[in-house]
Design a protein around this ligand. Sequence first.
Ligand code: NAI
Length: 346
Amino acid sequence: MEKIKIAFYDTKDYDRDAFEEQCDPNEFEISYYDTRLSAETCKLAQGADAVCVFVNDTVDETVIKCLAGMGVKLVALRCAGYNNVDVKQAYGRLHVVRVPAYSPYAVAEHAMALLLTSIRRIHKAYIRTRDFNFSLNGLTGFDLHGKTVGVVGTGRIGCVFMDICRGFGMNIIAYDKFPKADLGVEYVSIDEIWARSDIISFHCPLTDENKNMVNASSIAKMKKGVVLINTSRGGLIDSEALLEGIKERKIGAACLDVYDEEANIFFHDFSGHIVNDDTLARLISMPNVIVTSHQAFLTREALSNIAATTLDNVRRFFAGETVANEVCYKCANLATCNQKHDRKCF
Ligand code: NAI
């Protein structure tokens, strides 16, 4: 049997470890590249059957045409979100598979970790006590119990996050474009989320429709002191509007695992360098902003599940089997997707 050749972009040590542990070398031949997939680097995939990419690889029209022209058949995303893939351009040229769920717990628990760190000032206390400063001034937090959390997106991660919030005795309201009948949660309009929530956590995909849903006008509708948590995609928040909201003391705190312009910054070590992103620099300089660099997924369990599902997606695709995890631009809009994945998208 011919080995399936995979060009693996944006490789980090933890990716390689997880994939090498799961990969049968008689079945797959993986070439690992540190570089991201882009118009400049797509030629590295010459001779490959599939490319394996992550959140900040670029899979736009140029890249899609280049890959398809070289005979690549499959884009295997090793993540859930696929907003970095032009699925419309890919349709008919390249099939796209993803890992829809690898550990909703990893992301939901990180969202709660950020929230607790922020409101209980753990990040400040940690620095203080390391310097033998045991003063409590400025570390006053607030109870989560009895507070209202607005959850935007009640899919896998949103549901786990709501369960965690229930454990804290919080009141939960939710907004979803496609509400689920059986969740037992109070669904409200997005305007009610803005108006009623003490804390708002985002767990929906980034689409053209909801880009910059946190903007000057939505911030104006929010409660004073609201805490925003974004572990979803940076593009949901207009960062300049967020900064204004923070400066006006409207936003009480922001917990950001994602950032709109993260692509060339996150996952890299810039300590000792100048970061050419004034907006991010100003956000990080705020005492009530916590930034982690797209770390929410990073647990042992998630990495192992990502590797297993990605390799299974690729294996099934090249065996001509149904791949339930395939996505196309029709799937992106549930209203028009007829594929139901009992066959390939095209
Ligand atoms: P999911 O597909 O299970 O749930 C997404 C939910 O959002 C669905 O209920 C859907 O109906 C809803 N939705 C779709 N469009 C919406 C809109 N315009 N407004 C409100 N709700 C909308 O996805 P899952 O697994 O819960 O992941 C959610 C998001 O988390 C992903 O799209 C991804 O962007 C992000 N993510 C971030 C990670 C990180 O490391 N920071 C890791 C994994 C996912």
